[in-house]
Design a protein around this ligand. Structure first.
Ligand code: GLC
Ligand code: CA
Length: 536
């Protein structure tokens, strides 16, 4: 009898693990100190060995790099220092041969001020593309049209003297926001999605996709209250009108229709910095017709403590519509890395954080370096590249500490670039943390991550099974996956003993315990985590 394909099987992005690449810092193939597409091709062996199913690349499109690719001046071109279209095609094909899909980054909220659309738009009040951006008259006193604050600080409006109107920018002044009420803007992005999908791209991570539509009347934001997020309190206002508008869902539905029209369907992953989890899950769509995956920022920002983490996961479990699917992220190119933020660079905590991420129900999305427990790297002022670090240092060091080059080996150039070359951002301590030295060390974070991914992949309970919190001491978090798997993490400085049914420890952060028989009780050391399989 021949095996029949299982038609009920979940799609790849639910069963698999995604891996974020920050291309400038992943691998440099030509010795200019900047990571590039060919560098990624050269390192696909690592990703295949690790077992990832998809990679998401931060922008590789043309950009003057005011915000390192997140200021796009041509959405359908390849940034020259990244390579060429031939490299993109080769990467997609070479990744596919290893069963790895390639997702790109789409930045629809704003363009670069160098984009030809904005060059036209700002040229006169009657320019053809004037309405593609958000322009508004000064207040009678000459001030900005309303009180909106940029998420990079300062007013979100800049007066353009040429036409004596203000344009809106929720980030840098050189990142003018597009006007998503304009149908031509929507059509232009439909074409951009198709352009890349036609090339074989498996999906997009969509930059700040919750804020692209603004209040049509440009009303003032209300003042922040003590209940609002830290960011809203810092800016003194709640982001009610300059983002998170109900009409954004129509745009995401439109993208989903395009993604679904392809075979295989393409995947939409949203950067959704939404504080309220009930609002966050709305980005999956009422009819599961919007984002496939929505990044959960309250989880990233949570204290690494059992009650806080468990609460967020339980809330997501109860709020997420039945057909939708969560995503779990610990690091990205904007936030302090999980090894530092959650784990305070303590190897025990790093290991238990990785085990937690791969043990939850939902797609784990790891950031390059997470697999080796790479922490934030201090970058000194002369080396700062991120405009936020440049503006706010020393109050805020910016995002360079989480964007330093991938440490492949302890040698000059770090295996990232040529021995004599200067990387665009400095390395940290190459001897202390690098891929090569962990690769064949069965006790390393890297081998732990690889083994957890492999176990998850081969175990339906772990990739697709349900989640259920189990009773535990306060600092310990224990949950069941599917019918037979139980994950337990002790997020405290004290050992803890749990009652467990008969079974076997499959993978522990202390690898010496792998395979241990469990006969009624399980003692976890401080900051120890285990994945166990119950006998029944
Ligand atoms: C997103 C990106 C970030 C960028 C910002 C503006 O938050 O992740 O890197 O600076 O959008 O595009
Ligand atoms: Ca290069």
């Amino acid at each position: 009898m021949t095996a029949r394909p299982d038609t009920t099987e979940a799609p790849w992005w639910k069963r698999g693990v995604l891996y974020q690449i920050y291309p400038r810092s992943f691998a440099d193939s030509n010795g200019d100190g900047i990571g590039d597409l060919r560098g990624i091709i050269n390192r696909l062996d690592h990703l295949e060995w690790l077992g990832v199913d998809g990679i998401w690349l931060s922008p590789i499109t043309v950009s003057p790099n005011a915000d390192w690719g997140y200021d796009v001046s041509d959405y359908c071109g390849v940034q020259p220092d990244q390579g060429t279209f031939a490299d993109v095609d080769e990467l997609i094909a070479a990744a596919r041969a290893r069963h790895i899909r390639v997702l790109l980054d789409l930045v629809p909220n704003h363009t670069s001020d160098q984009h030809e659309w904005f060059v036209d738009s700002r040229s006169s009040r009657t320019a053809r593309l004037r309405d593609w951006y958000v322009w508004a008259d000064p207040k009678p006193d000459g001030g900005a049209p309303n009180n909106w604050v940029s998420s990079f600080g300062g007013s979100a409006w800049t007066l353009d003297p040429r036409t004596d109107q203000y344009y809106l920018h929720n980030h840098l002044r050189s990142q003018p926001d597009l006007n998503w009420w304009n149908e031509d803007v929507r059509n232009a992005f439909d074409d951009i999605l198709r352009f890349w999908f036609d090339r074989g791209v498996a999906g997009f991570r969509i930059d700040v996709c919750n804020i692209i539509i603004k209040d049509a009347e440009l009303r003032d934001n209300p003042p922040a209250t003590a209940h609002d997020s830290a960011e809203e309190q810092l800016y003194g206002q709640r982001s009610v009108y300059n983002g998170n508008r109900p009409e954004v869902h129509e745009v995401i539905q439109r993208w989903r229709r395009i993604a679904d029209s392809y075979e295989p369907p393409r995947v939409l992953v949203g950067e959704t910095p939404v504080e309220d989890l009930a609002k966050l899950v709305e980005y999956h769509g009422r009819a599961n017709d919007e984002l496939h995956l929505a990044f959960n920022f309250p989880f990233i920002s949570a204290a690494f403590e059992a009650p806080a983490m468990r609460k967020i996961v339980e809330d997501i479990e109860s709020l997420t519509p039945p057909d939708a699917w969560p995503a779990w992220v610990g690091s990205n190119h904007d936030m302090s890395r999980l090894a530092t933020r959650w784990a305070n660079d303590d190897p025990r905590k790093i290991r238990v954080a990785l085990l937690m991420l791969f043990g939850l129900r939902g797609t784990p999305v790891i950031y390059q370096g997470d697999e080796i427990g790479l922490g934030d790297i201090a970058v000194d002022p002369p080396d700062l590249r991120d405009p936020l670090g440049v503006s706010y240092w020393p109050h805020y060091a910016g995002r360079d500490p989480m964007r330093t080059p991938m440490p492949w080996r302890h040698e000059p150039g770090g295996g990232f670039t040529d021995a004599g070359a200067t990387p665009w951002l400095p390395f940290g301590d190459l001897a202390a943390c690098n891929v090569a030295s962990q690769h064949d060390d069965p006790q390393s974070a890297l081998v732990l991550a690889r083994d957890l991914i492999a176990l998850r992949k081969q175990t339906p309970d772990l990739h697709s099974g349900s989640y259920e919190s189990l009773p535990s001491p306060a600092d310990v978090w224990v949950w069941r996956r599917g019918t037979r798997f139980v994950v337990a993490v002790n997020l405290s400085d004290r050992p803890a003993t749990l009652d467990v049914t008969e079974g076997r420890l499959r993978i522990g952060t202390n690898r010496g315990r792998d395979g241990e028989l469990l006969l009624g009780s399980l003692t976890l050391d401080a900051w120890e985590g285990v994945v166990t399989e119950m006998a029944y």
